[in-house]
Design a protein around this ligand. Structure first.
Ligand code: DX5
Ligand code: ZN
Length: 218
């Protein structure tokens, strides 16, 4: 069963509380929260204070994507803010294994994200520890970019690696996802689809989420 994770980055930043309530009512499974530090990526979004302010208003699973250099410095802030899962970038952690253990010690689920130029095989030794692998299908930093087709092969390779070790981890894909390409992304092996512009940029969010879901059922 596919999960749809609307990315709040594409919502009205002046009215996030309403956006979260409405996207929850529209049928979202996860709420994808993009944290950008202006160092790992050339953009700044929001941090733990905003996530904490949104938490009491939502039952959604808070899927926090940290596009932050050395995120190990801030994990407890995001746990206290109410994150359910923290995804860190392979490229941003000098000691990835330690960071993953720290996330789990905080009682949260742990994910690792890969930039478009990073092959999934780098995750071989950490894979059994992970609850989620995030394949970036754009270069992180901005919403509204085009899906990079080479992501499909990476999704398939990652799915095979997960199968091989009997892992039940989520395989999430992020960037440039719409109903038009959701089918091939799911067929390659993904089970969580992040979509920012594909949901919040559409006039009817419930229809957009339903469209993503039905595109994976054909
Ligand atoms: C990009 C973020 C994405 C972004 C996706 O750095 O990680 O989650 O919000 O936006 P769309 O779906 O518009 O490509
Ligand atoms: Zn993201």
């Amino acid at each position: 069963m596919i999960k749809i994770a609307p990315s709040l980055l594409a919502a009205d930043m002046g009215d996030l509380r309403r956006a979260v309530a409405q996207v929850e009512a529209a049928g979202a499974d996860y709420l994808h929260l993009d944290v950008m530090d202006g160092a790992f990526v050339p953009n700044i979004s929001y941090g733990p204070a905003v996530i904490k302010a949104l938490r009491p208003n939502s039952q959604l699973f808070f899927d926090v994507h940290l596009m932050v250099e050395e995120p190990g410095r801030f994990l407890s802030d995001y746990a206290a803010a109410g994150a359910d899962l923290l995804t860190v970038h392979f490229e941003a952690c000098r000691h990835l294994h330690r960071v993953v253990q720290q996330i789990k010690a905080l009682g949260l689920k742990a994910g690792v994200a890969l930039n478009p130029a990073t092959p999934p095989e780098v995750l071989q030794d950490i894979l059994p520890e992970l609850d989620l692998v995030l394949i970036m299908s754009v270069n992180p930093g901005f919403g509204g970019q085009s899906f990079i087709p080479a992501a499909l092969g990476k999704i398939a390779r990652t799915a095979a690696m997960l199968r091989q070790i009997g892992s039940q981890a989520d395989l999430e894909v992020d960037g440039g996802i719409y109903a038009a390409n959701a089918g091939p992304v799911m067929q390659a092996g993904a089970n969580v689809l992040v979509s920012g512009t594909g949901v919040f940029g559409q006039p009817d969010w419930a229809a957009a989420i339903a469209g993503l879901r039905s595109a994976t059922e054909k």
